[in-house]
Design a binder for this molecule. Structure first.
Ligand code: ADP
Length: 672
């Protein structure tokens, strides 16, 4: 076994590899970009070497710099993780030439599967069923158009070099073909540097089912069961599970066999995934879409149902060891589900978000395995994938796993930027998901899961926020009284006590665009709350970790309350309600704006503008979209205000730090 391993990656996957390597007594060497100097993977590794500036092209994709770090640090092997260089055959080859063991398949195997078009032809020849389509060399738009006609609409245009759902367009009729082809080509060229396209029959409401395979250097290949990854947005997975639910044994067996055939056809070594799409009917049909020649993000669900450590298997196979088991010895137990928590805004087409994870709370290890590469206080930068964590649950059967997932998401809380947490929680509660009826159209069909529309703020959220803030005020008052020369003076009290009057407090809490004026009075150890025409009796007892027992008109429930300088957020049932206390006498602008992000977070291009000078905006309203690193980032209003100036127009390039928009305090209503 190796003694020194370099991990050519970052974030949660680097952390996850480090943990296994450490258990096997392998010294770990991390690499990091300028943006990651204090990142968790750097802290966790035994050593860490800088490889360049923040943009991935100059650091995590910089083969020369990574190789130099590997050699200087005395690494014997390189684990590429996933993403970045994990499927780059040149990198695999360069490592081997430099005498470093690449933890993955041969450069030839990566190359064979690197082009979707070539992979499909290869699989077709090996007898693995592929989606009917055109994978030819003739890329003339007319030829492609004729092939689409021949297949019959709807068709899917795909970039041959594609990944991450980019360069992909669904076309429903001949009239829309030419423009969809042109725009898919543009996107592919910008994302992958080439625009070769293939045309496929578009299957309606298919499932995405994939088979984990594993091979050693001695010709042994096993499959490690299947996963369903049908819950997707933008053709990208967000919830995955193992095994795939409700698949007929015949079909399942045939898919597993086809996956092993596919791996054998290219002399595969290591961990790989063969992906299929499966029509919704009860036939036995399934079609190969691609093979990923690396570990997948969702490998954790396979680990959960088999008890294996796939990173350990990868390291052992790369070191030349034989597979420790034969196919019949592999057994599957229970059901596992993974949910990917992202810094992204479901209400804006799942656009990635950037910012600071001011508060972060994950479920306990008894409830879920959490894989993450960030800690409370860390930033989510525009440079890399905005995934915050993977939350993985296991249960004796699928329904036990689903209810654990619901609980685990309910125990998760993030404050500081927008996430898909509530979206995940709504998927986990949706009757179709609960019943195991999943397909890749699920998110599109259930748009209200991503965009729930107006949600009334529950009384429980309002009450918890008000009582929490009140207890904070009281704590501050008690502390200042204790340090004053006359701690018992009524003047030092700020608990609402008044001579000859009932204690009463008042505060205004803002949630979204709604303001809640709340009156609180003390009543026998509990509080009486009044907001609008509602009268409630409430008590809040806080425990560790932000967990609290809220009693509302006698009914007790668990809530989590987290706060940072500005916001107090109440979490329950996987939903969250952030409140800001509004000082109705003070102007609502100031500190907010100074700390605001109205400058370009990185060099890029203005892709969209939502406002014009003079427009009044509420806090959180989208102002401008910057396209950078092939991704879009929305800049939102940090406070209520009026747009004083827009410094750039759509299409213009902006430097990092350039001011995009000037925001002025909101105009006060004129008193007459
Ligand atoms: P990428 O490499 O960009 O991830 P894939 O080829 O793996 O692209 O496909 C991603 C997703 O797109 C699939 O999981 C599936 O949801 C959808 N998809 C791919 N091919 C088809 C098809 N022929 N019909 C319907 N949906 C498809």
């Amino acid at each position: 076994m190796f003694e020194r391993l370099l991990i050519a990656n970052r974030g949660e996957i680097a952390c996850r590899i480090i943990r296994t390597a450490r258990r096997l007594s392998i010294a770990t060497i991390a690499i990091y970009s300028d943006a990651d100097r204090r990142a968790m993977h750097v802290e966790l590794a035994d050593e860490a070497w800088p490889v360049g500036p923040a943009p991935p092209g100059e650091s995590y994709l910089n083969i020369d710099a990574i190789l130099a770090a590997a050699q200087a640090s005395g690494a014997e092997a390189v684990h590429p993780g996933y993403g970045f260089l994990s499927e780059n055959s040149d990198f695999a080859e360069t490592c081997e030439q430099a005498g470093l063991v690449f933890i993955g398949p041969s450069a030839a195997a990566i190359r064979a599967m690197g082009s979707k078009a070539a992979a499909k032809s290869l699989m077709g020849r090996a007898g693995v069923p592929v989606v009917p389509g055109y994978h030819g060399d003739d890329q003339d738009p007319d030829t492609l158009g004729q092939e689409a006609q021949r297949l019959g609409f709807p068709v899917l245009i795909k970039a041959s070099a594609g990944g991450g759902g980019r360069g992909m367009r669904i076309v429903h009729n001949a009239a829309g073909f030419a423009s969809a082809l042109a725009s898919a080509r543009r996107e592919a060229l910008s994302a992958f540097g080439e625009d070769r396209m293939l045309i496929e029959k578009y299957l309606e409401r298919p499932r995405h089912i994939e088979v984990q395979i594993f091979a050693d250097r001695h010709g042994n290949i096993v499959h490690i069961f299947d996963r369903d990854c049908s819950i997707q947005r933008r053709h990208q997975k967000v919830i995955e599970e193992a095994p795939a639910p409700g698949v007929d044994q015949q079909r399942r067996g045939a898919m597993r066999k086809a996956a092993v055939t596919a791996a054998r056809a290219i002399g595969y070594v290591g961990a790989g995934t063969v992906e299929f799409i499966v029509p919704p009917d009860a036939s036995e049909a399934f079609y190969f879409i691609e093979m990923n020649t690396r570990l997948q993000v969702e490998h954790t669900v396979t680990e959960a149902v088999t008890g294996l450590d796939l990173v350990e298997w990868q390291l052992r196979a790369a070191a030349g060891e034989k597979l420790p088991v034969r196919q019949p010895e592999l057994t599957l137990s229970g059901h596992a589900i993974e949910a990917r928590l992202y810094a992204e805004d479901p209400e804006q087409g799942f656009l990635p978000q950037i910012g600071t994870l001011d508060r972060l709370h994950f479920p306990s290890p008894e409830l879920a395995r959490v894989e993450t590469g960030v800690r409370e206080g860390d930033g989510v930068s525009p440079y890399y994938d905005p995934m915050i964590a993977k939350i993985i649950v296991w249960g004796d059967d699928r329904s036990a796993a689903v209810s654990r997932l619901q609980r685990a998401l309910g125990e998760t809380a993030v404050l500081g930027l927008r996430t898909n947490l509530a979206f995940l929680a709504r998927v986990a509660r949706h009757p179709d998901f609960v019943g195991g009826t999943v397909d890749t159209d699920f998110v599109e069909r259930n748009r209200n899961i991503a965009i729930p529309g107006e949600r009334p703020v529950p009384d429980a959220a309002c009450a918890a926020a008000a009582l929490y803030r009140l207890s904070r005020r009281e704590a501050v008052a008690a502390a200042s009284a204790a340090s004053s020369p006359d701690p018992f003076s009524p003047w030092a009290r700020s608990d609402g006590w008044r001579l000859g009057e009932k204690a009463a407090w008042s505060m205004t809490l803002r949630c979204g665009v709604e303001d809640y004026q709340i009156e609180i009075t003390r009543r026998d150890g509990e509080r009486a709350l009044k907001f609008g025409d509602r009268h409630l009796t409430a008590a809040l007892e806080m425990r560790a970790d932000g967990l609290g027992d809220l009693t509302l008109d006698g009914v007790k429930r668990r809530v989590r309350v987290l706060d940072d300088k500005r916001v107090t957020a109440v979490f329950f049932d996987g939903e969250s309600w952030p409140f800001e206390e509004v000082d109705t006498l003070a102007p609502s602008i100031g500190e907010d704006l100074i700390a605001g992000k109205l400058t370009a977070p990185m060099p890029g291009r203005v892709a969209r503008l939502f406002v014009e000078p003079g427009a009044a905006v509420r806090r959180g309203a989208p102002l401008v979209v910057i396209e950078a690193m092939k991704m879009e980032h929305t800049i939102t209003a940090p406070a209520d205000g009026v747009v004083a100036a827009v410094r750039f127009s759509v299409g213009e390039l902006v430097e990092e730090g350039a001011e995009l928009i000037a925001l002025a305090p909101p105009e006060r209503q004129q008193q007459r």
